[in-house]
Design a protein around this ligand. Structure first.
Ligand SMILES: N[C@@H](CCC(=O)N[C@@H](CS)C(=O)NCC(=O)O)C(=O)O
Length: 319
C-alpha cells in the first residue's frame, strides 16, 4: 500500500510511530453532494462507483445502491482483493479509462493529489472527477438524491430518527467499525488492549440493545443497521483472528448472531457479500500482521440459518 504525494505514488505502510502505536484514520478528501440543480445533478449513467468487496466502508455503499434500486443507474467496478505495493489495483483494467491502478483515477481527478487512495469512490464521468470518497456521505447520497429517478423513496435516514441515528453512528463508528482497525493495527500492547476492551464493551452494549429492539432504532431498519452490518459480517471470519479481536465471537453473543443473519438474509444483501474477497484482502494484504499470507479456511457462522428475529421463539421452533 502507499499514498500519493503531489501526484506521485509512494509505497508506505500506516505509520503508527508518531502516535505511540495507535492507528489514526485520515479524513476523506472529496465531499461533494449530488442534488437537483447543483454541480452534480442526479442523472442516470453519469456516475460510477469503485469499491472493494473486502472493504466494510465500500460495502455500505454497495448495499444502499442495491436497496435503493440504483444498479441500473450507477455501474460498479470492483478492485482486486489484494492491496499491495501499488495500493488497490484493477484486474482486469477498469472499464472507463483502462487504468490498472486505483491511484491513476485519483491523479486523473487531480494531477497533484496528495493523500491516501481509498475505496469507495463515487466518480463523475462528465467532469472526470471524484464526487465523494467518504462512504458515510455516499450512503446518504444514495439514500435520497436519486429518488425522482428511481421512484424508490425508502428512507434509511428518516427525519424523525436522525438524532438517534447520529448518536448510534458516532459510537458504532469509533468503537466498532473503526474499533476493529484500531485494535488490529495497534503496534503497542497497551494500545491494543485498550482498543480491544472498548470494542467488546461496545458489542456488549449492542447485544443488550438488540435484546430490546429488532433494529438499532426500534422497528425500522436504518442506515445505522447497515453501517453496523458490514463490520459484523467480517467479524468472526476475519477480525476475530487477523485483528486479534478475540475476547468473544459474534456467534457467542445472544442477540447479535440472529440480527446479523436477518440483515444478511435481507433481499439483495447476501449478493453484496464476498467472503472470498474479504478473507483474501485482509489475510493476504496485511503482511505486517500475517507475514505468511496464509488465508485460513473458516468463514464463521452459517448466515443462512433461520434468524429468529421478530417472531416469538415458540413460532420460530414451529411449536
Ligand atoms: N473514510 C473512508 C475510509 C475508506 C477506507 O479507509 N478504505 C480502505 C479500505 S477498507 C482503503 O481504501 N484503504 C487504503 C489506504 O488507506 O491506503 C470511507 O469511509 O469511505
Amino acid at each position: 500500500m502507499g499514498r500519493l504525494i503531489k501526484g506521485v505514488w509512494h509505497e508506505q505502510w500506516y505509520d503508527t510511530s508518531a502516535t505511540g502505536g495507535a492507528f489514526v484514520r485520515e479524513d476523506a478528501g472529496y465531499r461533494h453532494r449530488i442534488e437537483e440543480g447543483g454541480r452534480f445533478a442526479p442523472q442516470s449513467g453519469r456516475y460510477h462507483l469503485y469499491v472493494s468487496l473486502a472493504c466494510p466502508w465500500a460495502h455500505r455503499t454497495l448495499i444502499l445502491r442495491r436497496l435503493k434500486g440504483l444498479e441500473p443507474h450507477i455501474d460498479v467496478t470492483v478492485v482486486h482483493p489484494h492491496m499491495l505495493d501499488q495500493g488497490w489495483v484493477y484486474d482486469p483494467v477498469e472499464p472507463l479509462y483502462g487504468f490498472a491502478c486505483h491511484h491513476q483515477l485519483y491523479t486523473l481527478a487531480k494531477p497533484d493529489y496528495s493523500g491516501r487512495v481509498t475505496v469507495p469512490v463515487l466518480w463523475d464521468k462528465q467532469e472526470q472527477t471524484i464526487v465523494n470518497n467518504e462512504s458515510a456521505e455516499i450512503v446518504r447520497i444514495f439514500s435520497s438524491a436519486f429518488d425522482t429517478l428511481t421512484g424508490n423513496t425508502e428512507d434509511y435516514y428518516p427525519e424523525s430518527l436522525r438524532e438517534e441515528i447520529d448518536r448510534l453512528n458516532e459510537r458504532i463508528y469509533n468503537e466498532v467499525n473503526n474499533g476493529v482497525y484500531k485494535t488490529g493495527f495497534a503496534t503497542a500492547q497497551d494500545v491494543y488492549e485498550k482498543e480491544c476492551r472498548t470494542l467488546f464493551a461496545a458489542l456488549d452494549w449492542l447485544d443488550g440493545l438488540l435484546a430490546e429492539r429488532r433494529y438499532l432504532t426500534g422497528e425500522r431498519i436504518t442506515e445505522a443497521d447497515w453501517r453496523l452490518f458490514t463490520t459484523l459480517v467480517r467479524f468472526d471470519p476475519v477480525y476475530h483472528g487477523h485483528f486479534k479481536c478475540n475476547i468473544r465471537r459474534i456467534e457467542d453473543y445472544s442477540h447479535l448472531p440472529g440480527y446479523l443473519r436477518e440483515l444478511y438474509q435481507w433481499p439483495g444483501v447476501a449478493e453484496t457479500v464476498s467472503f472470498e474477497h474479504i478473507k483474501q484482502h485482509y489475510y493476504y494484504s496485511h503482511a505486517t500482521i500475517n507475514p505468511t499470507r496464509i488465508v485460513p479456511l473458516g468463514e464463521g457462522q452459517d448466515l443462512t440459518l433461520p434468524h429468529g428475529r421478530g417472531v416469538r421463539p415458540a413460532e420460530w421452533l414451529g411449536l
